[in-house]
Design a protein around this ligand. Sequence first.
Ligand SMILES: NC(=O)c1ccc[n+]([C@@H]2O[C@H](COP(=O)([O-])OP(=O)(O)OC[C@H]3O[C@@H](n4cnc5c(N)ncnc54)[C@H](O)[C@@H]3O)[C@@H](O)[C@H]2O)c1
Ligand SMILES: *[C@@H]1O[C@H](CO)[C@@H](O)[C@H](O)[C@H]1NC(C)=O
Length: 275
Amino acid sequence: MASYKRVDGAALVTGSGSGMGRAVSVVLSVAGITRLYLTDLNRTGLEETKSTITSLNLPSPPTISLIPGDISSPAFISSLFSQIPQLDYAVNCAGIMGETALTTEATLEGFDKLNAVNYRGLWMCVKEELKLMLKNDITPYTGFTFSPSESQRRGQRGSIINIASQLGLVGKTQAAIYTATKAAVLSLTRSDAIDYSGPPHHIRINSVCPGVIETPLTMNSYEGTDGLEKAVGLTPMGRIGLPSEVADTVVWLCSGESSFVTGSGVVVDGGYVIH
Ligand SMILES: NC(=O)c1ccc[n+]([C@@H]2O[C@H](COP(=O)([O-])OP(=O)(O)OC[C@H]3O[C@@H](n4cnc5c(N)ncnc54)[C@H](O)[C@@H]3O)[C@@H](O)[C@H]2O)c1
Ligand SMILES: *[C@@H]1O[C@H](CO)[C@@H](O)[C@H](O)[C@H]1NC(C)=O
């Protein structure tokens, strides 16, 4: 079979100035994306993501717009989406871990901050992403099919991926607020999938639940290597995951290769939750 672009068109990646958001942006570029909108609090991080993509010297690299800002701010959300005329894929990756604390010690400010970014901020993004994607025509599937009619039946107007966590499925000590924000992401994904996946909308929406992944978030939030070793010890595969392993799953969920997958929470955790 001839090779084909796994993704084509425009994508928005939030939290793309670091970790998994950066890896997703790079792998989308390798997979054929033509237009990238990258947003993050960290402007320097966004510039590093862009130079990583440029340094790959791809035959047809994407046109990249860097739009730094805070996705917990409604004013920034309207500014961000006023700069995006059309969108085929969106990956909502921006997120924070918050403070490690028992509920009796945790603060209301900490609670509000985590919810403002991980849940309310993500919801504001999803709302605008859906509105943009509803204006698209249905793109037929361009990969291998058994008959010509399959490409139409597998078509989509868009695909949204929300980065939740394995901690949206299971608990973790001193992380009740964080784990609850991730359960909220899984839940809103399921309900939106009911409303938007079928005719006439044809927008798939899925979550990804990464396990312990080697990113600055993990390296900064586990106090010393002891905590990290314990978390890796809960992982049957016995190692930390790579941002590229999550990115490959995200790109699959964007592409028509996953055309019958919607509302799911795809677990990419080396077995953490089965332990
Ligand atoms: N690393 C892990 O082990 C792990 C596991 C499960 C889930 N996750 C989730 O994956 C996502 C990405 O995490 P990561 O590990 O790549 O972390 P990271 O800290 O490397 O990247 C997160 C990015 O989000 C940005 N960000 C944070 N708050 C923001 C805001 N208000 N507005 C805009 N941007 C903001 C940060 O600047 C940062 O660049 C997060 O949602 C995280 O909760 C991470
Ligand atoms: C912002 O990104 C730069 C470049 O990737 C990184 O060195 C720096 O630590 C980041 N700053 C924060 C606050 O995360």
